[in-house]
Design a protein around this ligand. Structure first.
Ligand code: CDP
Length: 206
């Protein structure tokens, strides 16, 4: 096996990160959280940079820092992500990562539809608004963030509406993506379902 690409999309806080990292670990693939590219661009814009220049100028150091996970940066990410030239600036990096030898898992909003329409496996991970907000609230509160369940719910609803409603690369389930609704599942059960699904394709060797 030289190349194998797994595309994982879905709305905010659906469990994509945990599932992507778990699938990557299980199969020995590398993982790219593409949301980080938009968050890093959004953080640069909050510091006063032009969105397109910020995306074009991203450096490896931009992908670090606890504040990348804040609600303020998430909102800025979602605003810059609606700008077509910002998305264009980030396409080639993501496609090159997907083509790397040894297998790749990319998670985001448009991986199965725009970045890697020929991915070997596509998953669309979702959960009810309430479940996603509760999961994200627990994560942020555990990390010491000053948030309430209400503020997290509002952040997710605003971003989901913007991300699904934009003209360029909106959040969307690809026609050939497997839908994994994790509302009633523990995250471990969701990961195990995703691993089984990937394994069924991977073991066929196609
Ligand atoms: O972790 P969470 O699901 O809350 O968000 P994320 O994956 O880190 O993405 C942050 C924001 O980046 C999203 O709200 C989208 O606006 C944008 N994004 C995107 O447009 N396309 C992607 N492939 C990944 C993220």
């Amino acid at each position: 096996m030289t190349r194998f690409t797994v595309a994982i999309d879905g709305p905010a806080a659906a469990g994509k990160g945990t599932i992507s990292r778990g699938v990557a670990r299980k199969f020995g693939f590398q993982h790219l959280d593409t949301g980080l590219l938009y968050r890093a661009t959004g953080r640069r814009v909050l510091r006063g940079e032009d969105p397109v220049l910020a995306a074009q100028g991203l450096q490896p150091d931009d992908l670090f820092g606890d504040d990348l996970r804040s609600g303020e940066v998430a909102q800025s990410a979602s605003r810059v992500a609606a700008i077509p030239a910002v998305r264009t600036a980030l396409v080639e990096f993501q496609r090159a990562f997907a083509r790397r030898t040894g297998g790749a898992v990319l998670d985001g909003r448009d991986i199965g539809t725009v970045i890697c329409p020929d991915a070997d496996v596509k998953l669309y991970v979702t959960a009810s608004d309430k479940v996603r907000a509760e999961r994200r609230y627990k994560e942020l509160a555990a990390a010491g963030a000053d948030v309430t369940l209400q503020s997290v719910l509002a952040d997710l609803a605003e971003r989901d509406a913007r991300d699904a409603g934009r003209d360029t690369a909106p959040t969307k389930q690809a026609n050939d993506a497997f839908l994994l609704d994790t509302s009633e599942m523990t995250i471990q059960a969701a990961l195990s379902a995703a691993v089984d699904f990937v394994a069924a394709v991977y073991s066929r060797g196609d």
